[in-house]
Design a binder for this molecule. Structure first.
Ligand SMILES: [Fe+2]
Length: 236
């Protein structure tokens, strides 16, 4: 995509859930399952979002695709989902992209209505089970490839006993398991604002890798808020 298209995509994505302004808070924040009636109200938000965008005084500054994205981001690749169109049988490319990102974000971050928070690797494998029905195959494959085995934001336990946050993936396929990592918990279990290390780094004495990922862990189980680290980085 060109830079201009990416800007449009970003803006459209930013406004995709605008319609939720009209969804009552007790429905948005309800822990557990929605009733049939509540679900119907919830499912109005794509239409309400599209409507709001059209009515915005500054709408001319927004890409037209923002309306598509607001309207279509809960429509699945097999055209089920909501809202149900009677005539339309194709979905806008940007809507398909936002659907993938929105779904991934929803299941990997803490939400009141969902008990389980998926690790990033779990989320990708769950999504791959719905390739072609829920998600567009080409977009989902590109997404999975871009995210890598341990997507940026994954929290991982290292062979040294430290816990780190994946901040950048290594683009070389042979180093897919060796991203760059910010150390956030030291080997003694203290939360620290540690350095960023490269897992391809080799210890000159032992000639082995200094650190290796043992497993991905769930940040919430350790009381770690991943967003804080990225916010701190953005402010720095
Ligand atoms: Fe939505």
């Amino acid at each position: 995509m060109s830079r201009a298209e990416l800007v449009d995509l970003g803006l459209a994505a930013f406004f995709h859930d605008l319609g939720k302004i009209d969804t009552p808070l007790e429905i948005l924040n309800k822990p557990g399952q929605l009733t049939e009636d509540e679900r119907k109200i919830m499912e109005l938000h794509p239409h309400q979002g599209a409507e709001k965008l059209v009515q915005l005084r500054e709408f001319r500054r927004l890409p037209l695709s923002a309306i598509h994205v607001a309207m279509e981001h809960h429509i699945k690749e097999d055209l089920t989902g909501y809202p149900q169109y009677r005539i339309k049988n194709d979905i806008n490319l940007y809507s398909r992209i936002v659907k993938v990102c929105d779904f991934f974000d929803a299941i990997t971050t803490k939400r009141v209505y969902r008990k389980k928070v998926f690790t990033r690797a779990e989320a990708l494998s769950l999504m791959l089970e719905h390739i072609g029905t829920e998600f567009n195959p080409v977009i989902l494959k590109a997404f999975v490839q871009m995210m890598g085995v341990f997507p940026v934001g994954s929290v991982v336990l290292l062979s040294t006993g430290e816990i780190g946050l994946v901040v950048e993936n290594n683009q070389e396929t042979r180093f897919l398991l060796r991203p760059r990592i910010k150390i956030i918990v030291d080997a003694q279990g203290n939360k620290i604002d540690g350095e960023v290390v490269d897992l391809t780094e080799i210890d000159p004495e032992t000639r082995k890798y200094k650190r290796t990922i043992v497993k991905e862990i769930n940040a919430n189980d350790y009381g770690l808020n991943v967003a804080d680290y990225f916010l701190a980085q953005a402010e720095a």
